[in-house]
Unconditional design. Sequence first.
Length: 375
Amino acid sequence: MSVSIVTVKSQSDIHTFIDAQWLFYKNDPNFVPPLKMDRKKLLNKKVNPFYKHAEMELFLAKRNGAIVGRIGAIVNWNHNKTHNDKVGFFGFFECENNQETADALFQAASEFLKKYSMTHMRGPVNPSMNDETALLVEGFDSPPVVLMTYNPPYYANLIENTGMKKVQDLLAYRLHNEEYLSDKLRRMTDIVRERNHVNVRSVNFKNKEQFLKDVQTLKEIYNSAWQPNWGFVKMTDEEFDFLANDLKQIADPDFTIIAEIKGVPVGFALGLPDINQSLIYNKSGGLLSGIWHLLTKKKHITITRIIVLGVLPEYQKTGVDAVMYWELGDKARKKGRPYGEASWILEDNVMMNRALTTTMKGEVYKRYRLYEKSL
């Protein structure tokens, strides 16, 4: 039978949309089930401040009553204002290995974006580049780390056969702490600290007033340091606070650091414990079972994901980034986490890729792809 496309409308439909993800990863040992509660919050237009400047429609594909795919279509008005374009987005894509189904899903997403006069479609983003983003195209032999995407290998063919073309690759680097925490790097970072009066401190999680002050500092650095990057859109205050409150639940203050020069904040870095190493056992995606797995298996976490590391433009040649890399690696080593992942990095970010391959001795072990096509 031919496939039919159904628009998600009710709360029951939202639950069905979320649950549908499990259909496409049966017996996949590398699939990490998301927490359903987190997905509900991410998609909730009344709770997630992203939707104050965005439109989104979700679609399910059905054949003979059974769900065989899903997709979201997103218009991010702040992106369009920032980049002076009319690019719409797709995300939350899941699909059986059937081109007819994929074509129908992308057709539904395209028609939605055209209603808002979008001229191009890009993705996947879930639902923005400040969230989980891009399609895994290389590195299917291991599970994704925290807040990174995962998908079956055949998704790339389905997407490309709809006319989508690569527009940008995002890279994930594997890091081995003992390989890059050399005496040479320690001496170099010591020189940088002394020469430029660099101090690195942790964000204060315990004092509410100081925490809010530190979050404001992180926000200002983030929106300035990442401004030149391809596809970047500043977070609104509400979006940043929303994200900060979420990450606070899993972040370790030791790995949430601010670099200062002569007392002035100039950069920050965030390293998250790879809780996916615990959540991979939480097959149902339930909250209580997820908490149980996090509590009972946290000692087995061996990876720290460096999710954010940035320096204000005027301080980017001071060596402050190397000092923060050293701090994160040294703390991870002391906590018994020998491995790291630095992700994601734009393939055309020459400075960051050079630092990761030379200073950090990292190797690209996963590649993610963003696609685009004209509407």
